[in-house]
Write a protein that binds this ligand. Structure first.
Ligand code: C2O
Ligand code: CU
Ligand code: CU
Length: 496
């Protein structure tokens, strides 16, 4: 079973990539929808012809464990008021050092390949002025954020070059690891790939009381893949996502990270536009304490972890169980990702309590909706309920405050014409609870609140969310951004 999935995964990756030359073209040459649809069909036919095309030979662009993993800088507010932290962040092109001794042209927030980390607190507002110093329009989405529509980064709501936009993040939500990234329609895959991603961490008093590792023992780690040319430039080869064989942790290739012999809270985020990470720590236990929407009801001990694009998993690793001098390697299916070097003994008072955040009672749902992912009769692999994105169509109207059950079905089964493509389902504004997967209980790491979920070929997942908030339009989409760019996106409207 496992072997079969690995094979299919590889085939799926090739198929997916081959369909994608067109969205990039479309990005530069906006087309009417009908024409875009026919290009989708042509691209899909191309998938069939490609079949299991030869994989580009994986090649690491750097020697493992020669650079140190940085911790992304924490943003400093330009101003603090009684109830708000005010930030200013520039969207700009920059030369960054990813591969040692080389510079890479990147698109960034404030000049870093991993943007500055915003640290927020529940109940205290954040206001950010995004200044667009790129040469084209852009926006910023707070992924996992419960925010009003005008601050959400709706794909058609853009900041013109030279202009700026101030957004409000109310932080009326529980502690969680969120992230911000570009969401410009047709550009998001490329922009995120070139560096437009950063962490946004919310903490709250209940979480602080638990005594989890904190301060320098709380480390966000952004994982992703990349493909470099000989001069250090980033290649976005949509035909060959599998050629992105250099794995980055906080923007450096296969780094090492010196740790104390103590418990660490590692906030893992997969910011890849396509790759699914299959992580392990060489058999060492990783205690998962949180997922997308924050703390799990209780910790889950695991030795492997699947992290799909945009998903977060927070793990506590007790390096205190390993003698000074030990080296623990976090690996993915294709090779190592980051090595933790235990360098010194310390007194460690952090703990992981047996109960973290009990789930509230689920309200009973007012409606049920079906969301079919993939294979439309029009021959595109990247449809939602048989349709591709249309900004003028509202796919779901939801009364403000309503609780709904959504059944997400990946119709691209392994025997379909596309051979089974993985998708991830993400919805803006809300955190949901996974009710079941193919009628079985949710996986160990998805027992809490989530905003993104991996849906394998043929899988059926039921989730429940309460759509409290503000009237307006928000999107839901596949978070393999290469699919999203190809139209795999729909929208709901919160109505009063
Ligand atoms: Cu990560 Cu529509 O978002
Ligand atoms: Cu989002
Ligand atoms: Cu998808």
């Amino acid at each position: 079973m496992l072997k079969r999935r690995v094979l299919l995964g590889a085939g799926g990756a090739v198929a997916t990539g081959s369909a994608l030359a067109w969205p990039i073209w479309v990005a530069n040459h906006p087309l009417p929808t009908a024409a875009a649809d026919s290009r989708t069909a042509a691209a899909s036919a191309h998938i069939l012809r490609m079949g299991k095309a030869a994989m580009a030979s994986p090649r690491q662009a750097a020697e493992p464990f020669t650079v140190r993993m940085p911790v992304p800088p924490v943003a400093t507010p330009v101003r603090r008021t009684a109830d708000t932290d005010v930030y200013e962040i520039a969207l700009k092109a920059a030369q960054v050092e990813i591969l040692p001794g080389t510079t890479t042209p990147a698109l960034t927030y404030d000049g870093g390949f991993t943007g500055p980390t915003i640290r927020a607190r529940t109940g205290r507002k954040v206001e950010v002025t995004y200044v667009n110093r790129l040469d084209s329009a852009a926006n910023v989405h707070l992924h996992g954020g419960h925010v009003p529509p005008q601050s959400d980064g709706y794909p058609m709501d853009l900041i013109e070059p030279g202009a700026s936009r101030t957004v409000d993040y109310p932080n009326r939500q529980a502690a969680a690891t969120l992230w911000y990234h570009d969401h410009t329609h047709h550009q998001e895959a490329e922009r995120v790939y070139r560096g437009m991603h950063g962490f946004y961490l919310i903490e709250d008093p209940e979480e602080r009381q638990l005594g989890l590792p904190s301060g320098r023992y709380d480390v966000p780690i952004m994982l992703r893949d990349a493909h470099f040319d000989a001069s250090g430039g980033l290649i976005l080869d949509v035909e060959h996502p599998e050629a992105r064989s250099t794995l980055l942790a906080n923007g450096r290739p296969l780094p090492y990270f010196p740790v104390d012999a103590a418990k660490y809270r590692l906030r893992l985020l997969n910011s890849s536009i396509h790759k699914i990470f299959e992580l392990d720590l060489g058999g060492v236990e990783m205690v998962q304490i949180a997922s997308d929407g924050g703390l799990l009801p209780e910790p889950v001990g695991r030795t492997s972890l699947t992290l799909a694009p945009a998903e977060r998993a927070e793990i506590v690793v007790d390096f205190g169980r390993h003698p000074v001098g030990s080296k623990l390697v976090l690996s993915d299916g294709i090779g190592p990702v980051v090595r933790f070097d235990v360098t010194r003994k310390v007194t460690d008072t952090a703990r992981v309590p047996g109960t973290l955040r009990p789930l509230p009672m689920l309200p009973s749902p007012a409606a049920t909706r079906r969301v079919k992912l993939g294979v439309a009769p029009s021959k595109t692999a990247y449809a939602i309920n048989d349709l591709t994105w249309d900004e003028n169509r509202v796919d779901a109207r939801i009364p403000e405050g309503a609780t709904e059950v959504w059944e997400i079905y990946n119709a691209d089964t392994v025997d379909s014409e596309f051979g089974g493509i993985d998708h991830t389902f993400h919805v803006h504004l809300v955190q949901f609870q996974v009710l079941d997967r193919d009628g079985r209980p949710p996986l160990p790491g998805e027992s809490g609140h989530k905003d993104t979920v991996l849906v394998r070929p043929g899988e059926r997942i039921r989730l429940q969310a309460t759509f409290k908030g503000w009237p307006g339009r928000y999107v839901y989409h596949c978070h393999m951004q290469e699919h999203n760019v190809a139209g795999m996106m729909a929208q709901f409207e919160i109505v009063p």
